[in-house]
Design a protein around this ligand. Sequence first.
Ligand SMILES: C=C(O[C@H]1C=CC=C(C(=O)O)[C@@H]1O)C(=O)O
Length: 445
Amino acid sequence: MITSLLRQISAPDTAKQFAALAAGAPASAPLSLRLDLSVPPSDWLHLLPTGQPWWYRARPEHGEFRLGIGHALHVESAGSNRFAALDGAFAGFRRDWRRNGPALAFSGFAFADDNASPLPNALLAIPAILLECRDGACSVTLSTPAGRLVQALAEWPSWLAHTAPREMADLRPGRPQALADRAWMARVVAALRDIGSGRLDKVVLTRCRRVERDTPFAPAAILAALDVQQPGSVVYAYGNGRQTFLGATPERLVRKAGRQIHVDALAGTAWPGSPALADDKNRHEQSLVIRAVVDALAPWCDGLPQVGQPEEHPAGVLRHWRSRISGIGHADGSLFDLVRALHPTPAVGGFPSAAARDWLAAHDERRHGWYSGGFGLLTADGDGEFSVALRSALLDGNTAELQAGAGIVAGSDPQQELAETEAKLGTLLAALNPDRQIARSSRQA
Ligand SMILES: C=C(O[C@H]1C=CC=C(C(=O)O)[C@@H]1O)C(=O)O
């Protein structure tokens, strides 16, 4: 794989095609050259670099895999104008973008606009080397600002030569959780008290779990396991060369294709051994998400958004209620406008949104990395899709900080909510210990 990719990058014809794109372009203009590849995506995770940022987004069930290596251009932001800042910068990139085919940017953002984390609060980047596979057709898109073309062609091969380790040892035995579990259930009781008094209807509380091993975590092995274990989810990752944020999410925040807008209202969870998904609590929990999404979307649409029937949506061993909500957007609304209007939905914040945010801030709820923020893909035409970054792990050397949450509404049972978050964390633990899982399932067979 690496050999054929290197050959294509270094081919005289590649430099010639780039030179044609660059002719007369300002130095800051992004250039993107797309070339066909005949390489299966199973090899790609071998290419995760050590010294460069990278992005991964896969929809395994749809045969869709993307890996971005290095940044051609990027912009970071934080604070209350973070989405407008990324939107403005991306519009600037798009204005001058010269390309011979479709080209993409990745983006990720934290739940809160002041989140303290090793990752930038909000980030958008055009990857330098983008490997894509859809329906068996694979391509590489090489991107650089026009003024850096010569350096870029010279440095790309060395990025592909320094790849991350792929093997992992078993997890160290976990610490006892009983005290932390009791403290978390006390938070649920406090939330239920405020829900009972009418202060709010729903708040999403999260749990963290720190796990360790004797050798560094290998993102490639974890992503390969998530692709297999949760084929219906979006598997996502961003690595900054030191930390990696990754996970698998069943929830779309928003998709924009021209003026078509699609949003998922997802909530209510069933897991092996849980109460029925169809119970009143789960229905109520999801109805609050529908209500908030319709209210947030309506000002950005011509006419009222349409709400589909709730359907069961699988996510590995879990199931959720999902309603698809769609609308026709105003001609001048951007994807980031929609993100700003929708985030955070009551699937990760609560209802009403402001009361839930106040509750979470007052109770010092911490969210790691981009957990319960967003992870997205944007096209050079301004379309694209953001997922809600759920069920994530922030990897840093030998440690991983896992996070998952549950919506608390009237009628929630603290013990069941704990079990729900445990089931959600379990989907990640299964991927962090893939060899152990495989060994266990082959013993059972
Ligand atoms: C907050 C999470 O899930 C959300 C999405 C689907 C169902 C949820 C629930 O049933 O509570 C949550 O709202 C998480 O997985 O960390």
